[in-house]
Design a protein around this ligand. Structure first.
Ligand code: NAD
Length: 382
C-alpha cells in the first residue's frame, strides 16, 4: 500500500504530515512511504532523514502521488485555481486523504467530485478515546505556548520581576482571553516566565481551570454564563447583552495590562470581538496584544489577520495566522503522531490497510466523502 506525503504549498504553512519517525512506523506497518523531496525541510526534517527511515524520496508531488492509496496532508490539498499546482487533480481516485481538510460543504463537494475519501481530522469528536488523535488540541497547545513566547519577544520590558542593583523592573501583567486548550497553555507559559496572569472565559469549567493554574479570573458571570457550555464542551455564542457586560469588566482590567493573549473562539462562527478600539487606546505604549484567534477574524477589533500592526498609541498587535506553523518542528512532531494514531487505530494487520467502519463514532465524525459521495451528516445535501 503506497502512502504519499506532500510538501505543503500554502503560503503560511511550515509543517509536514509525516516525520522520519512516523514514516519509519508506517513502513513497519507495511506501507511503502513516498515523501516529496523537501517536504520536511521547513519543519527541520531534511530529505536524508526520511531516506534513512526507509522512505522513497519523490522528485515532485506527481511522482509521490502516483499509485498512492493513502495521502497524508497538514492542510487541504490545493484545488484548481488555488495555487501553482492542482494537488487534488493529482491524487489518485479512491485514495484516502487524511489531514485538516478545510471541512465545509464546498470542500466536501470537491473531494467527492475528485473521487477521494477525505478524512478531516479537525472534525474528530473531542471524546476521551480520540484524545491521542486530537489535532486541534495538539496544535492549539503549541499555539498558546508560541503566542506567549512571541509576546515576550515583542515586549520592550520583561515578564518576571527583576530586582537588580540598579533598581527593580516590575513583573508584566498578562491577560489571557479564552481559556480553552490554547489559553490554558498560554496561562501556564506566562506564569513560567514570571508574569502576573489573569484570564477570562465564559464557561464555568474554564474559571476553575484558570484558578487551578494559579491565575486570577476576570469576568462577568450570570445565568447565561452558567449555561455557556455546549454538550461538546465548546462555548456557546453569547448574547450582545452578555458581551456588553463582559466588556465592561474587561475594560476595567485591560488598561493595566502589558500583554493580552487572545484565544477565544466559538465553533463555526467568527471569533467574538472582546478587545475594542477604545480598550486598545487605554493601554500603555509598548504593550503587546497577540491575537491567535486571527484565523477566525480575531478577538481584537484592530487585529489585521496575517499582520503585525503598531497603533498610534504604541500598542503592538501580532495578528499572524496559523500559529502552530510558527513552531513547525514541535507542531509537526505532535500532528504526525496524531495521524499515525488514527491510522493504527483502524489498521487491519492482515491486509495491511486501514479499515474504517462507517458506524464508528470517530469515522463518522471525520469522513467527509467516501466512494465519490459526500457522507458527512453536516454536509449531506437535503
Ligand atoms: P475553542 O478553541 O473553541 O475556544 C477557546 C476558548 O474560548 C474556549 O475556552 C471558549 O470557552 C472561549 N470563549 C468563547 N467565547 C468567549 C468569550 N466571549 N469570552 C471569553 N472566552 C470565550 O476551545 P478549545 O480549546 O477547542 O476547547 C473547547 C473545549 O473542549 C474545552 O472545554 C476543552 O476542555 C474541551 N476539550 C476536550 C477534549 C477531550 O478530549 N475531552 C479535548 C480537547 C478539548
Amino acid at each position: 500500500m503506497r502512502l504519499a506525503v506532500l510538501k505543503e504549498r500554502r503560503a503560511d504553512e511550515a509543517r509536514v504530515a509525516a516525520t522520519p519517525e512516523t514514516a519509519k512506523k508506517l513502513i513497519a506497518m507495511g506501507c511503502q512511504v513516498a515523501v516529496e523531496s523537501g517536504a520536511g525541510l521547513s519543519a527541520g526534517y531534511p530529505d536524508a532523514a526520511y531516506a534513512e527511515a526507509g522512505a522513497e524520496l519523490a522528485p515532485d508531488a506527481g511522482a509521490a502521488l502516483a499509485g498512492a492509496a493513502i495521502v497524508l496532508k497538514v492542510r487541504a490539498p490545493l484545488a484548481a485555481g488555488e495555487g501553482t499546482l492542482d494537488e487534488l487533480a493529482l491524487i489518485p481516485r479512491g485514495a484516502l486523504v487524511i489531514g485538516t481538510m478545510g471541512a465545509d460543504k464546498d470542500a466536501a463537494g470537491r473531494y467527492a467530485a475528485a473521487g477521494v475519501d477525505a478524512a478531516a481530522m479537525e472534525m474528530l469528536p473531542r471524546i476521551t478515546r480520540a484524545q491521542s488523535m486530537d489535532v486541534l488540541s495538539s496544535q492549539a497547545n503549541l499555539a498558546g505556548y508560541r503566542a506567549v513566547v512571541e509576546a515576550a519577544g515583542a515586549f520592550d520590558r520583561a515578564f518576571p520581576m527583576l530586582m537588580t542593583a540598579a533598581g527593580t523592573i516590575p513583573a508584566a501583567n498578562v491577560l489571557v482571553m479564552g481559556a480553552g486548550v490554547a489559553g490554558l497553555q498560554a496561562i501556564a507559559t506566562a506564569r513560567r516566565l514570571g508574569g502576573r496572569v489573569s484570564a477570562t472565559d465564559v464557561r464555568p469549567a474554564a474559571k476553575e481551570e484558570i484558578k487551578s493554574l494559579g491565575a486570577s479570573f476576570v469576568g462577568y458571570e450570570d445565568e447565561e454564563s452558567k449555561a455557556a457550555q455546549t454538550s461538546g464542551g465548546y462555548a456557546k455564542a453569547m448574547s450582545p447583552e452578555f458581551l456588553a457586560k463582559q466588556a465592561e469588566v474587561v475594560a476595567g482590567a485591560i488598561a493595566k495590562m502589558d500583554i493580552v493573549v487572545c484565544t477565544a473562539l466559538v465553533q463555526g462562527r467568527r471569533a467574538p470581538t472582546l478587545v475594542t478600539e477604545a480598550m486598545v487606546a487605554s493601554m500603555k505604549p509598548g504593550s503587546v496584544i497577540v491575537d491567535i484567534a486571527s484565523d477566525a477574524g480575531g478577538n481584537c477589533a484592530l487585529t489585521q489577520p496575517g499582520e503585525k500592526v503598531v497603533t498610534p498609541n504604541g500598542v503592538v498587535i501580532l495578528g499572524y495566522r496559523n500559529w502552530p506553523a510558527r513552531i513547525p518542528a514541535a507542531a509537526s512532531s505532535l500532528y504526525t503522531r496524531n495521524l499515525l494514531t488514527f491510522l493504527t487505530t483502524f489498521w487491519d494487520k492482515d491486509s495491511s490497510k486501514p479499515v474504517l467502519p462507517a458506524e464508528d463514532e470517530l469515522v463518522r465524525g471525520v469522513m467527509l466523502t467516501r466512494g465519490g459521495q459526500v457522507v458527512h451528516p453536516n454536509f449531506v445535501a437535503g
